[in-house]
Design a binder for this molecule. Structure first.
Ligand code: 13P
Length: 258
């Protein structure tokens, strides 16, 4: 990269993969690799499953360039919500970021713009950085409703937030047709939507916010395509699924973003 003011951010979303032992092995290998290359030019975040959060948090303690994310959050602090995990618990486990509204959560667990909005508010109230995911389906892209879908997801998710609050949000554009398919959006396709999201931020919150908020791309990101993506003016990093499960490919993506 490039002389962007925004620092590159690469997030490993492991989804429902890796036991505690496997997670610790990954982090130990990652730390060794990070000593060999200069990774201080980027922020690197790992989002393991809930069960491995605390162990990973302990093992990355003291690493300035590495932070922890959860893959979900519930908006209540505590109470009778069987199976849910609260913002207090995530902070307690060492999280700094939380992925919210991933398309898999919207698709399989009925998350809506309204619940996503509650989760973003809850995260911000506890100083967790929301990684707010949006993206259109293949059908929506083919019907040419991509911009309409993205606008309504952005407006719904950020509804009621102040400009100051939005400055603390990270947005991830993940077209559904590119997730886990090996079919990456071209840098031009991704940039078109990133630019559109930044324009919505500018018209709603002003240019300070639109220039501050980091917008990540997600969907079949690999060591081979990261460079062309991050070279686009409005792409500030990546939310990586499959290629983040392997240390070598993840490290290549991080170094390719700097
Ligand atoms: P893949 O990188 O496996 O396509 O997954 C993208 C994703 O959903 C990251 O959140």
């Amino acid at each position: 990269m490039q002389d962007k003011q925004r620092r590159p951010l690469i997030i490993a979303n492991w989804k429902m993969n890796k036991t505690i032992m496997e997670s610790l092995q990954f982090v130990s290998d990652l730390r060794k690799k990070f000593k060999e290359i200069n990774i201080n030019g980027a922020d690197t975040v790992i989002a393991p499953p809930f069960t491995a959060l605390k162990a990973v948090s302990d093992s990355i303690a003291g690493e300035e360039s590495l932070a922890l994310a959860s893959q979900n959050i519930f908006w209540q602090e505590k109470g009778a919500f069987t199976g849910e995990v609260s913002p207090v618990m995530l902070v307690d486990a060492g999280c700094k970021y939380v992925i919210i509204g991933h398309s898999e959560r919207r698709q399989y667990f009925a998350e809506t713009d309204e619940t996503v909005n509650k989760k973003i508010n809850a995260a911000l109230n506890y100083n967790l950085t929301p990684v707010f995911c949006v993206g259109e389906s293949l059908q929506q892209r083919e019907e040419e409703t991509t911009f309409k879908v993205i606008r309504s997801q952005i407006e719904g998710g950020l509804n009621g937030l102040s400009e100051g609050a939005v400055n603390s949000v990270v947005i991830a554009y993940e077209p559904l047709w590119a997730i886990g398919t090996g079919k990456t959006a071209t840098p031009e396709q991704a940039e078109e939507v990133h630019g559109f999201i930044r324009a919505i931020l500018r018209e709603t919150y002003g240019s300070g916010t639109s220039e501050t908020v980091r917008i990540l791309y997600g969907g079949s990101v690999t060591p081979e395509n990261i460079n062309n993506l991050i070279n686009k003016p409005d792409i500030d990093g990546a939310l990586v699924g499959g290629a983040s499960l392997n240390v070598d490919s993840f490290v290549k993506i991080v170094s390719g973003s700097i």
